[in-house]
Design a protein around this ligand. Structure first.
Ligand SMILES: Nc1ncnc2c1ncn2[C@@H]1O[C@H](COP(=O)(O)OP(=O)(O)O)[C@@H](O)[C@H]1O
Ligand SMILES: [Mg+2]
Length: 269
């Protein structure tokens, strides 16, 4: 049984190494305005390499959530080009878009687990988001096999001992790690996390970020996360992208960034 959470191979089948692969995301001239409201994005360009870990920062309302949602058209882009996992996102029909989304694992600020069910059951449900072929083969998987993989995913986020616990008895940090385990069941090629650390106490937030970064490193998977905690942006990424004025206003290797500089970046905006 293959219990690898993230896929190890690029779409072409070649094994890739961190940061050396092709662009997983390539965005050109992206624009967005909500109705007659403010212009959120105006001519944003961005490339993200396969296997890299990228933090997205920016003041409230600079469009961080809008940007990552537009990548899979959870928000419709206004203009520009988006290539994601070798697909021309804006030209996809609904079936192809659904297939593309199944290759991307999302973690949000607030998990949407079913709180009256066990951690394990919630993780088992993650298999439903897995990419399926012409036939819905996930229906054909043996329940014991799915359950064993779900247990393994819980182990990987450090919660094997909480498998049978109802989610409403878990702490915020534990619940968020269950959400990460459920996302792992999907075996995503790309992980996008929107402030997964925001509604947690500092220690739990750090654990969630460390879990995500470690899983991505293990499998050379690509990780993009939004965080307003500068220490997390620096520590858990290799590259920091700052949004401002509807574009990329800062782009630097994380090891060259300081918290003081990033905080200044916010106040400039
Ligand atoms: N569905 C929407 N309808 C109208 N305005 C929106 C919508 N979503 C976001 N916005 C606006 O777009 C801007 C960017 O929002 P968002 O992407 O959530 O910013 P961030 O995640 O950086 O805080 C904000 O001004 C916000 O109010
Ligand atoms: Mg946001």
């Amino acid at each position: 049984m293959n219990v690898d959470a993230f896929q190890k191979t690029a779409p072409g089948g070649a094994v890739t190494r961190a940061g050396t692969g092709a662009a997983v995301i390539s965005v050109r001239g992206l624009s967005k305005q909500f109705g007659t409201g403010p212009i959120v994005m105006s001519g944003l360009d961005l490339d993200v390499q396969q296997g890299s870990k990228v933090a997205i920062i920016g003041a409230n309302g600079t469009g961080k959530s809008t940007l990552i949602r537009m990548l899979v058209r959870l928000v419709e882009p206004g203009g520009g080009d988006i290539r994601l996992l070798d697909e021309d996102v804006r030209s996809l029909g609904s079936a192809s878009l659904k297939r593309l989304r199944s290759r991307v694992g999302f973690v949000f600020q607030r998990h949407n687990l079913v709180t009256r069910l066990s951690a394990l059951t919630n993780v088992v449900h993650g298999v439903q988001s897995r990419r399926s072929g012409p036939r819905t083969w996930t229906q054909l998987l043996a329940p014991q096999e799915v359950r064993a993989e779900a247990l393994h995913c819980l182990e990987r986020v450090g919660l094997a001992d909480k498998a049978m616990a109802r989610v409403d008895t878990l702490s915020g940090g534990q619940s968020q790690r269950v959400a990460v385990a459920r996302m792992l069941m999907q075996r995503p090629e790309l992980v996008i996390a929107d402030e997964p650390d925001a509604s947690l106490d500092p220690k739990s937030g750090e654990e969630v970020m460390a879990t995500l970064a470690a899983l991505a490193s293990e499998q050379n998977a690509t990780l993009i996360f939004v965080s307003h905690r500068m220490e997390h942006a620096i520590r858990f990424s290799e590259r920091i992208i700052g949004l401002g004025g509807g574009r990329v206003a800062l782009d630097k290797p994380s090891h060259m960034a300081s918290e003081a500089e990033l905080t200044r970046f916010f106040h400039h905006d």
